[in-house]
Design a protein around this ligand. Structure first.
Ligand code: ADP
Ligand code: MG
Length: 442
């Protein structure tokens, strides 16, 4: 992409109502624009990152055996009356009436609808387990939308729903999601810690929030510090085998949010291993038995010929919130530092003297070669001054900057700067392109 033809409305200063770094940087980098309280337009640069995050989530869900579908944003109120939640949900639900006076709502979540889809066609235990998921916009009329995409009213969520015959199957489905979550956050460069969450009247231990530690996090969290540095299990696990040891390895260590905090249990950890911090909830998994299947009559025939209400769980990832969480975890005074896996472009070309034949020639050659190799590249071909171009590149946080200036070009070299470490190397263009494309120089 040529910057002169792109749409990247960067701002010198963040609007004063943006309080935390990620919100300020997303606005300044021209990634989002607020259209109403808690409602954002995703500008091209922001959308590229959102799509990359969504794709990582999708790949890890698929790997763990979940199946993608797409449910609508609008749902019938009558469906929610079946579970009793139409009245119970309260003012966070956006209620809509259509021209026929039919009551609808903009979905804040999808348990009822997925249960309705399931019960319409699944009749036998032989069709279980199943896990259906989608990535769809949600609306919750939050009392205090704030911190940009962190707590929006309209936000993108991945929500998966599992269906099993019995509690043992439900635990296995839960474990698959638990492990998939560890992997997916790690792929985005995040250290997300599973923490015990409230199960309310459902009871049991099958509810965890996945928390990214950050000073600006909304909740106070407490955990054993080993959990933060633990490596993810990786893609190569036996998904339908026994995942319990991988889960136990983590749940054996103390980790809880404020709501679930047990001072005595925390104090039992050796003092040097205690971590008391703030965190961002980037995911939440919950096994809730027959809470929806029973009132909604989602029954299956068991092996004994008797009908039973199916055991369910739901598994959310805050896809749009993750942009904020990643930036909170990875930025400096200059701007965002994207992990390679979610970066909007892999490399930015900075032409220090646009209009100079030698500089333009080197930049065009680099741009063509990188594009031909399938590398996402943003070429700053505008006539802004070098200093301004550097500031924009640092702000938008692309992992690599390829800097082309008249002096270097005269000597036959260009510069490659790593955004994260600030390291620079001066090399012939061929060698730099070889580095960026992972191929040896010709
Ligand atoms: N208002 C919001 N804005 C952005 N992301 C949200 C919002 N509410 C929830 N999420 C994300 O969706 C995930 C699943 O939501 P859920 O656990 O149902 O929400 P809550 O914790 O608010 O009850 C959360 O872990 C969080 O990452
Ligand atoms: Mg939650």
């Amino acid at each position: 992409m040529r910057l002169s033809r792109y749409f990247l409305p960067v701002l010198k200063e963040a609007p004063s109502d943006a309080q935390i770094a990620s919100h300020q940087l997303m606005l300044r980098a021209g990634m989002i624009r607020q259209e109403a309280a808690g409602i954002y337009a995703w500008l091209p640069l922001g959308l590229r990152v959102l799509n990359k995050i969504e794709q990582i989530v999708r790949e890890e869900m698929d790997r763990a055996g979940a199946i993608e579908l797409l449910m609508p944003t609008l749902q019938l109120a009558d469906l929610w009356r079946e579970s009793g939640r139409y009245d119970a949900y309260g003012p966070e639900m956006l209620r809509i009436t259509d021209r026929h006076e039919r009551e609808l709502l903009y979905g804040p979540t999808n348990e009822e609808m997925v249960t309705e889809i399931f019960r319409a066609s699944v009749r036998s235990y032989k069709d279980l387990p199943k896990n259906l998921y989608h990535v769809q916009w949600k609306f919750r009329d939050e009392r205090r939308p704030r911190f940009g995409v962190m707590r929006g009213r309209e936000f993108l969520m991945k929500d998966a729903y599992s269906f099993d015959l019995d509690a043992e199957g439900a635990r296995k489905s839960y474990n698959r999601m638990f492990v998939a979550y560890l992997n997916l956050y790690a792929r985005m460069g995040l250290k997300a810690v599973p923490m015990r969450a409230d199960t309310g009247p459902i009871g049991g231990d099958l509810s965890h929030e996945f928390i990214v530690l950050a000073e600006t996090g909304e909740s106070a969290v407490f955990c054993h510090k080993d959990l933060v540095e633990m490596d993810p299990p990786g893609a190569d696990v036996d998904w339908y085998g026994d995942l319990q040891p991988l889960v136990d390895q983590r749940t054996a260590l103390y980790a809880a949010t404020e709501e679930m905090h047990d001072e005595a249990a925390f104090d039992a950890i050796p003092e040097g291993d205690r971590l008391s911090a703030r965190g961002i909830e980037v995911g939440h998994i919950f096994s809730f038995g027959t809470k929806y299947s029973e009132p909604m009559k989602a029954n299956v025939m068991g092996p004994d010929g008797k009908e039973v209400a199916v055991q369910m769980g739901s598994y959310g990832v805050g896809v749009s919130r993750l942009l904020g969480a990643i930036i909170e975890a990875s930025h400096d005074e200059g701007g965002i530092i994207w992990p390679e896996s979610v970066a909007p472009f892999h490399v930015g070309i900075v032409n220090m003297r646009q209009g100079d034949a030698a500089c333009d020639g080197a930049c065009e050659a680099a741009y063509k070669a990188l594009q031909a190799a399938g590398v996402d590249v943003l070429y700053d071909d505008t006539d802004a001054r070098g200093g301004a171009k550097f500031a924009t590149m640092d702000l938008i946080g692309l992992p690599w900057q390829l800097i082309v200036g008249p002096k270097g070009v005269a000597e036959g070299v260009v510069e490659l700067k790593n955004r994260k470490t600030g390291e620079r190397v001066s090399e012939p263009l061929d060698a730099v392109i070889a580095r960026l494309t992972g191929k040896a120089a010709a």
